[in-house]
Design a protein around this ligand. Structure first.
Ligand SMILES: *[C@@H]1O[C@H](CO)[C@@H](O)[C@H](O)[C@H]1NC(C)=O
Ligand SMILES: *[C@@H]1O[C@H](CO)[C@@H](O)[C@H](O)[C@H]1NC(C)=O
Ligand SMILES: *[C@@H]1O[C@H](CO)[C@@H](O)[C@H](O)[C@H]1NC(C)=O
Length: 425
């Protein structure tokens, strides 16, 4: 029992001593962590391992993401002869602070929060000098937004990586992949943005100050917005509000008071709809142009404004004809009620005249009485005629206005639906 234990400790000791021997051999006094190990070109291969979008700040136009990009390069000093060394594995884990790490950074990053402390970061060293390491971090990068199609927009954000200090004669970056497609847990968008793809583009940059070219890789991250939220929270309520307003404004058979309360309804509607517009503009960068959804709300405001004006005109007409009782013009009746014949008017005239004509034959001898009676009869007839005309005109107007209401209801609702359909993708 005891010898097994001894053997195990001996093996463990051998392991650690072998590792230590190798490390001492590799990192002797001549190795300088701060110096690039060779003056030749060092090729750094970048392999994206994770990219998870955390948030998109639309007013600041930045994206924040959690990333892990692997870096791989060859160190010409750090290698060993496997057959000459008693170390078994062909790789060794070293602390990243012991070896020289290329200064490849996010050249357009504006903030970076590493998930690992610098001294906790490890690197894999292979016997042939290949080193791999990664620096998982939460990074913020600028991403200028194209909001014209909001909320049906697709955004392209650039993430550039390159060396900070070495120009492309000494250090060059390349990517191991050309296109990355979304993959659950590794390459993802967030609840609002769907990751479409990450494309790799070479984008060497020229430094005018140093007059040197710097090697750079740009990952173009394509993100597509999921519009459901905006459709449910802004577009659908706006459509419903407009529909309710149009129906409220043009429901027929109402008196003057009701018409006044309709205008009030309209004003409330404007308050609600402009709140929607405020909601949209708060989400967007203060660009000179309004996004699609903003244009939709403005178009709806125009529809409702036109409907309100039409409703006020109808109300004024109602008020006017109620007090003055003018007969509606023939073309108006013809247009709105489709009654082009003068049928009703002529019949009522004929019947009133004949009923007054009768007493003329009955009274012959009393000429004075007859004439005075005749005058009275004519007066009564005229008054009756006028009264019946007035009520008839009022009825006609009511009919015309009701029909107009219905036509406006139809027209504006069609406009509302057309506007919504135009802005729907
Ligand atoms: C350090 O290591 C290098 C290469 O591994 C070797 O050439 C050099 O002689 C070593 N120096 C010392 C002092 O051990
Ligand atoms: C590695 O070591 C073995 C044994 O010491 C030797 O024969 C061989 O030549 C060495 N290889 C290299 C590349 O130095
Ligand atoms: C993103 O990178 C591509 C490729 O280098 C470039 O064409 C495009 O202009 C860049 N976009 C921005 C906003 O910098």
């Amino acid at each position: 029992m005891l010898w097994i234990l001894r053997f195990l400790t001996a093996v463990a000791f051998l392991e650690t001593s072998n590792t230590e021997t190798l490390l001492q051999q590799l990192f002797n006094q001549t190795y300088d962590v701060d110096m690039k190990p060779s003056d030749d070109l060092t090729m750094v291969t970048i392999t994206p391992n994770t990219f998870i979008l955390l948030s998109m700040d639309q007013t600041q136009e930045t994206i924040q993401y959690s990333e892990e990009f692997l870096l791989r390069w060859y160190d010409p000093i750090l290698h060993w002869n496997q057959s000459a060394v008693s170390y078994e594995n062909d790789w060794i884990k070293i602390s990243a602070s012991r070896a020289w790490i290329p200064d490849v950074i996010f050249t357009n990053g504006i903030d970076m929060d590493p998930l690992l402390d610098k001294d906790m970061q490890m690197a894999d060293l292979r016997y042939n000098g290949e080193i791999r390491t990664s620096r998982p971090a939460v990074v913020s990068s600028p991403c200028p937004l194209e909001i014209d199609n909001f909320p049906y927009d697709v955004q392209k954000c650039n993430i550039s990586m390159g060396s900070w200090a070495f120009d492309r004669r000494f250090l060059s970056v390349q990517s191991s992949t050309i296109e990355i497609l979304p993959q659950k847990g590794r390459f993802e968008g967030n609840s609002e943005w769907e990751l479409i793809s990450i494309l790799t583009v070479r984008s060497d940059s020229y430094d005018t100050l140093l007059e040197e070219w710097f090697s750079e890789i740009t990952y173009v991250v394509t993100l597509k917005r999921k519009p459901v939220y905006y459709v449910l929270v802004i577009q659908a309520p706006t459509f419903i509000l407009c529909t309710i307003t149009i129906f409220g404004l043009f429901t027929p058979n109402s008196n003057e008071d009701e018409r006044l309360s309709k205008v009030e309804l309209c004003l409330n509607m404007f308050a609600a709809i402009s709140m929607m517009l405020q909601l949209v503009s708060d989400m967007m960068p203060k660009a000179s142009r309004l996004p699609l959804l903003g244009n939709y709300i403005i178009a709806e405001i125009f529809v409702v404004t036109a409907a309100t004006i039409a409703s006020i005109i109808i109300q004024q007409t109602h008020h006017h004809v109620h007090t003055s009782a003018i007969r509606p013009r023939r073309w108006l009746r013809c247009l709105v009620l489709c009654e082009c014949r003068r049928r009703r008017f002529s019949i009522s005239e004929a019947s009133t005249v004949s009923s007054v004509d009768v007493p003329e034959h009955a009274i012959q001898s009393f000429s004075i009485l007859k004439s005075s009676l005749h005058q009275t009869a004519v007066l009564v007839r005229d008054t009756l005629q006028r009264m019946s005309l007035i009520s008839e005109n009022q009825l006609l107007w009511l009919k015309i206005l009701d029909k107009t209401d219905l036509m406006c209801l139809f027209l504006f609702q069609v406009a509302n639906i057309v506007v919504t359909a135009v802005f729907w993708r």
